[in-house]
Design a protein around this ligand. Structure first.
Ligand SMILES: [Cu+2]
Length: 379
């Protein structure tokens, strides 16, 4: 059998520059897959409308419909695998050469409807140090697309896949071997939400709508330290590879943060809502388990798995299995500052996994009232 993407790529290899560091051997399944692809029947998508989705930086969501209008579409998106020096904690000077999709940790939130196609153009900038790809947990086949999207610096590729499973899903880079956790633990992951065409529903089939999305990516970092205990600095992406593997092997993160850095979603980065607004919190954790909790609020509806399943209701804390994304919906009833945390409180309070939701509106004494302000008492 000749032809096929992998064979063509292999034939082209001798004329290329030597692979950048981080290049991993092709997975053994690829020739089998390439043969199957070479024999595959072409698919006719001429009846589909094409739309472009402009991706935006977290914690925000791209423009989208909650209930789809019209037939399934081909949704075109573009992501660049940029390598960015990012401060993780200003107080300690901890930094990381983040490996990213579109320059952010997490990568941008993608939103489509069940039955749509996602058509991704994945570009690896020429000044990158490393090879990248993408594995969509929402997709079917070829390691989630990971086997078809390896791009070297200066290369681009286009992958199209059908969103057949409704729910929130993680996506991440997966170059192979230890490079997989290395890239994931350098920020190279994000989430896609595949909505049912008729939107979200409760267990009785009643429509559930949200006013805003809070897209939160929880990221565990394993940052190497020098002999004095200070975080090491590196000149280029990938230079920390050997040190990082040693740090990762401890299974003990130095940081576990929301949206890339300690405090990214507090202070000026806090999310803002009003009493009466309904927020859909989308939480992505590509590596570790997490236990999101909204201090002072609840998960009115929580989908830990498929949107095809009825949501859990009235949750105090919900669960994100490492390597997945979940959605939780809540309508604010009181004003104030809510802390959204990983309720492993060591991770939430000491490693960085805390966000603040600042909610404006009128206080409801019927729900809570300070009957006596703190005061001294007679003994
Ligand atoms: Cu990567």
């Amino acid at each position: 059998m000749t032809g096929g993407i992998a064979h063509q790529a292999a034939a082209a290899m001798p004329h290329r520059m030597s692979p950048p560091r981080g290049r991993m051997p092709e997975a053994k399944f690829v020739p089998v897959q390439a043969d199957a692809q070479a024999n595959a029947k072409p698919v006719d998508l001429s009846g589909y409308t094409r739309v472009k989705q402009e991706l935006v930086a977290p914690p925000f969501a791209p423009e989208h419909e909650q209930v789809a209008t019209g037939d399934p579409k081909i949704v075109e998106i573009t992501m660049d695998t940029t390598e960015v020096l990012m401060v993780v904690d200003e107080d300690t000077g901890a930094s990381v050469w983040a490996l990213t999709y579109n320059g952010s940790v997490p990568g941008p939130l993608i939103i489509v409807h069940e039955g749509d196609y996602v058509e991704l153009t994945l570009r690896n900038p020429a000044d990158s140090q490393m090879e990248h790809n993408i594995d969509f947990h929402a997709s079917t086949g070829a390691l989630g697309g990971g086997g078809l999207t390896h791009v070297y610096p200066g290369e681009e590729t286009v992958l199209r896949w059908k969103a057949t499973k409704p729910g929130c899903f993680t996506y991440h880079c997966a170059p192979g071997g230890a490079m997989i956790p290395y890239h994931v633990c350098h920020g190279m992951n994000g989430a896609i939400m595949v909505l049912p065409r008729d939107g979200l529903k409760d267990k009785d089939g009643n429509q559930l709508k949200y006013d805003k999305i809070a897209y939160i990516g929880e990221q565990d970092y394993y940052l190497p330290r020098d002999e004095n205990g200070d975080f090491k600095q590196y000149a280029v992406a990938g230079e920390d590879y050997a040190d990082s593997l040693d740090a990762m092997a401890t299974l003990t993160p130095t940081h576990c943060v929301f949206n890339g850095a300690v405090g990214a979603l507090t202070g000026p980065g806090a999310l803002r809502f009003n009493v009466g607004e309904t927020v859909l919190m989308i939480h992505n954790q590509c590596n570790l388990d997490s236990r999101p909790h909204l201090i002072g609020g609840h998960g009115d509806y929580v989908w830990e798995s498929s949107f095809s399943d009825a949501p859990m209701t009235g949750m105090e804390t919900w669960f994100v299995r490492g390597g997945s994304a979940v959605a939780a919906m809540y309508t604010f009833e009181q004003p104030g500052v809510y802390a959204y945390v990983n309720h492993n409180l060591i991770i939430g309070a000491m490693l960085g996994a805390t966000a603040h939701f600042v909610v404006e509106g009128e206080w409801d004494n019927a729900l809570m009232e300070q009957v006596v302000a703190p005061r001294s008492f007679e003994t």
